[in-house]
Write a protein that binds this ligand. Structure first.
Ligand SMILES: *[C@@H]1O[C@H](CO)[C@@H](O)[C@H](O)[C@H]1NC(C)=O
Ligand SMILES: *[C@@H]1O[C@H](CO)[C@@H](O)[C@H](O)[C@H]1NC(C)=O
Ligand SMILES: *[C@@H]1O[C@H](CO)[C@@H](O)[C@H](O)[C@H]1NC(C)=O
Ligand SMILES: *[C@@H]1O[C@H](CO)[C@@H](O)[C@H](O)[C@H]1NC(C)=O
Length: 615
C-alpha cells in the first residue's frame, strides 16, 4: 500500500527569473534521512545548508523550498539556520499503514538556476501500539473424538506498528491438551494455530478456558490477550465443507454499494440443526470489515463501502461456515480490485510568475508537478500547452514540468498570453485537467515616437490674430505607459537670423502649433523648423520632423506714391499702417517700420537692417 493522503498545493507565488544557460532540468539525489515517528513538531531532520554545500544566505537567495510527494507540508525549512525540520508530529501508522519501511519522498526546489534535489525520509517506528484481538472471547467447539495433532486456526491479533514492533509471537496459558504453533501467512503476517496434543474426553472435562497472548517485538514488548473457551462435543456430527478452498473474483473499483460480489455455499451432510450453516468472516482486518459484509444465512458477500484501487488493490477474505453443532469449515475469497479511470490528473503549481519583461531571453514562468492517482494507463499522463505560442513545456524529474518562454517576447506585437496547460491521462475515457496561466508582457522602452508624417507644411494667411492655431503635428509611440508618453518641443534652429520662439509655440502635450503674433507676408513668406517628440522612458527615445510654414499674402497694402509728396503737410510716419507699429520683426530688438518693398523688412526706429541682403 502506498503512502496515504492526497495533495494540497502550497500555491506560493514566487517571482523568479533566470536564464536557460544555468537551468538544471534533471534532479540530483540529495540523500536519505530518518526521523522517529511521534517526535514533536520541529524535530531536526537535516541541515540543508550543509548538505547542499551552500550558505544560509544562498539558500534564501535561491528561494529554497521543500515539496513532499503527497504535497502535504510534513517538513519545513528554517531559513535562519538552513535546518530541515518536521512540521508536525509524524505518525508512521497514519502515513504508511502496515507498510514497512515507511518512506516519505520529497524534493528540494531552488531557483537561479532552477534545480530539483530528490530526497527521502524514513519514518522510524516506535512501539506505540499494543496487539489487540477483535474478539476478546473465542468459543471453539471440538468433537471429543478429534484426532491428536489436529490443528485449529485461531483469529490473529492486530498491531498497528510495523516491522519488529508488530506481532512476533503467540503463546497460550499452560495446559495439557493444546499447544500453539505460529505460521506465516502469505501477507507477511503471522497467525496462531492451536494443536491438539491429547485426546479430549467429554465425560472427563466438557469445557475449559485458555488465555491466548499476542506479543509484539518491541523493547519492552507489548501484549494483548483473548480467552479461548473450548467446548467438547460428544455428538457424532459432521463438519460443513466448502466445495473450493479458494475463490478468486474481480471487482471494478466503481462497483456500487450493495453489489453481491460472490455467494459462498458450504455443505453439511447432517440434517436438522446440525446442517444449519452460519457464515461469518474470520480473521478479518478492519479494512475488510469496513468494506464487505456477509449474509450469515445465505453466504452472500456484498459491498458495504466503495472500493478504491488506489487505496487497496486486493482483499483476502477468510470465510467461516459453522453448523448448528458448532463445527466449522473455512474458505478464502480473494477479491482483486480492478482500476477504473476515476481520478483526473492533478496539477500542482510550485512557483509561478505572471509577468515577463519583453526582450528578455528564455525565462521560466512556472514550475509545476502533475499527478494521477490511477495506475497503469489510467495513471499515465501527457501534458501540453496550445500550439503556436512562444512558450515551451520542459519535463523534469518526478513529473515536474517547467514552463518557459521560447525566447524574447515583443510586447508591441502581443502584450498578454493565456497559456492553458492541459494534462490528460491515457485511460478510457480520458480524463483531463486544465490550468490557465495569464501572462502579461511588461514594456521596455524599445520604440521611439514616430511622427505620422515626415514633414508638415502649414499655410497661414498673413495678418492672423496672435496666438492663432496654425496646425498640429502628431507622433505615436507603440510602447506603453510612460514609455509611450510623448512630449513635443521645438528644436533649436540652425538659422541664426530667425528667433523661432518669437514666431511659433508648441503645446508640449498635443503638438498644436501656434503663431505667436501676426505674420506678415511682406516680411516673411515662409520659414522652416524642426519639431521633436520625446517619450518618458528610461533612457528616453526621440525623433524629429520638419515643419514648413508658408505665409499666404493678403491684399493689405494700398498703393501709394512715395515721391513727389502729394501732401507736403502729411507727416512721414503717417505713411505707415497703424497695425505695424507694435510688431516686432525676428532679429529686431524694437518695433520696426513698414518695409519699403515686398520681402524686405527694416527695423525701426533705429532703422537697423534685418532684412535679407539685397533689400
Ligand atoms: C514464541 O514463544 C514461545 C514460548 O515463549 C517460545 O518458545 C518461542 O521461541 C517464541 N518464538 C519466537 C519466534 O520468538
Ligand atoms: C485571457 O483570459 C482572460 C480571462 O478569461 C480574458 O479576460 C482575456 O481577454 C484573455 N486574454 C487573451 C489574450 O486571450
Ligand atoms: C497627422 O496628424 C495630424 C494631427 O492629428 C493630422 O491633422 C494629419 O492629418 C495626420 N496626417 C496623416 C498623414 O494622417
Ligand atoms: C492734404 O491733401 C489732402 C487731399 O489732397 C487734403 O484733403 C488735406 O487737407 C491736405 N492736408 C493738409 C494738412 O493740408
Amino acid at each position: 500500500m502506498a503512502a496515504r493522503g492526497s495533495c494540497v498545493s502550497r500555491q506560493r507565488q514566487v517571482l523568479f527569473l533566470f536564464l536557460l544557460g544555468g537551468l538544471c532540468l534533471a534532479g540530483s539525489e540529495l540523500g536519505r534521512y530518518s526521523v522517529t515517528e511521534e517526535t514533536e513538531r520541529g524535530s531536526f531532520v537535516a541541515n540543508l545548508a550543509k548538505d547542499l554545500g551552500l550558505g544560509v544566505e544562498a539558500l534564501a537567495a535561491k528561494r529554497t523550498r521543500v515539496v513532499c510527494d503527497d504535497n502535504k507540508q510534513h517538513l519545513f525549512l528554517d531559513s535562519h539556520t538552513g535546518d530541515l525540520l518536521t512540521n508536525e508530529k509524524l505518525d508512521r501508522e497514519k502515513l504508511c499503514g502496515p507498510t514497512e519501511p515507511c518512506m516519505l519522498y520529497f524534493q528540494i526546489l531552488m531557483d537561479n538556476p532552477f534545480q530539483i534535489y530528490r530526497a527521502e525520509l524514513r519514518i522510524l517506528d516506535i512501539n506505540d501500539h499494543s496487539p489487540i484481538f477483535q474478539d476478546k472471547k473465542m468459543i471453539l467447539k471440538i468433537l471429543e473424538n478429534t484426532a491428536v495433532g489436529t490443528t485449529f486456526r485461531l483469529e490473529r491479533a492486530q498491531d498497528s506498528d510495523g516491522g519488529r514492533n508488530g506481532i512476533q509471537n503467540y503463546t497460550i496459558s499452560p495446559n495439557t491438551f493444546f499447544h500453539i504453533t505460529v505460521h506465516n501467512s502469505d501477507e507477511g503476517m503471522i497467525y496462531p494455530e492451536l494443536v491438539l496434543d491429547k485426546a479430549l474426553d467429554w465425560e472427563g472435562q466438557p469445557e475449559f478456558s485458555l488465555t491466548l497472548t499476542a506479543l509484539d517485538g518491541g523493547s519492552p514488548p507489548r501484549s494483548g490477550t483473548a480467552t479461548i473457551h473450548i467446548l467438547v462435543l460428544d455428538i457424532n456430527d459432521n463438519a460443513p465443507q466448502f466445495p473450493q478452498e479458494l475463490y478468486e473474483i474481480q471487482a471494478p473499483e466503481n462497483s456500487p454499494i450493495g453489489l453481491v460480489v460472490i455467494k459462498v455455499t458450504g455443505e453439511d451432510v447432517d440434517s436438522g440443526v446440525n446442517a444449519e450453516i452460519s457464515y461469518s468472516f474470520f480473521d478479518a482486518s478492519e479494512d475488510i470489515r469496513a468494506t464487505f459484509q456477509i449474509n450469515p444465512f445465505s453466504g452472500e458477500i456484498t459491498l458495504k463501502a466503495l472500493l478504491d484501487y488506489e487505496f487497496i488493490k486486493s482483499y483476502k477474505l477468510n470465510v467461516q461456515a459453522v453448523d448448528g453443532g458448532g463445527l466449522s469449515a473455512r474458505c478464502t475469497v480473494l477479491v482483486r480490485v480492478l482500476d477504473v479511470n476515476d481520478n483526473a490528473p492533478e496539477l500542482i503549481m510550485s512557483s509561478l510568475v505572471n509577468e515577463v519583461v519583453e526582450n528578455s531571453p528564455e525565462t521560466v514562468l512556472a514550475v509545476f508537478r502533475i499527478n494521477d492517482r490511477d495506475s497503469g494507463e489510467n495513471g499515465k499522463m501527457v501534458c501540453h500547452i496550445q500550439e503556436n505560442l512562444p512558450f515551451l513545456l520542459k519535463p523534469s524529474v518526478d513529473n515536474f514540468y517547467i514552463l518557459m518562454t521560447e525566447g524574447a517576447l515583443d510586447r508591441e506585437s502581443r502584450a498578454e498570453y493565456n497559456i492553458t496547460i492541459t494534462v490528460s491521462d491515457l485511460g478510457t475515457p480520458r480524463l483531463t485537467t486544465q490550468h490557465t496561466i495569464r501572462v502579461q508582457v511588461s514594456d521596455i522602452n524599445d520604440n521611439a515616437p514616430a511622427f505620422n508624417q515626415t514633414s508638415y507644411t502649414l499655410f497661414v494667411r498673413e495678418n492672423n490674430s496672435p496666438a492663432m492655431h496654425i496646425g498640429t503635428i502628431s507622433a505615436t509611440d507603440s510602447d506603453a505607459g510612460s514609455n509611450a508618453h510623448i512630449t513635443y518641443s521645438l528644436l533649436p534652429t540652425q538659422d541664426l537670423q530667425m528667433t523661432l520662439t518669437s514666431l511659433v509655440s508648441i503645446n508640449a502635450d498635443n503638438g498644436q502649433l501656434f503663431a505667436i503674433k501676426a505674420l506678415d507676408y511682406e516680411a516673411l513668406q515662409a520659414f522652416e523648423f524642426h519639431v521633436g517628440a520625446t517619450d518618458r522612458g528610461s533612457p528616453e527615445l526621440s525623433s524629429q520632423a520638419l515643419v514648413r510654414v508658408v505665409v499666404l499674402d493678403d491684399n493689405d497694402n494700398a498703393p501709394f506714391v512715395l515721391y513727389p509728396m502729394q501732401n507736403a503737410s502729411a507727416p512721414y510716419t503717417e505713411l505707415l499702417p497703424r497695425t505695424a507699429t507694435l510688431d516686432r520683426m525676428p532679429g529686431c530688438h524694437s518695433s520696426y517700420s513698414r518695409p519699403r518693398s515686398p520681402g524686405c523688412s527694416v527695423c525701426g526706429p533705429t532703422m537697423a537692417r534685418c532684412a535679407p541682403p539685397g533689400c
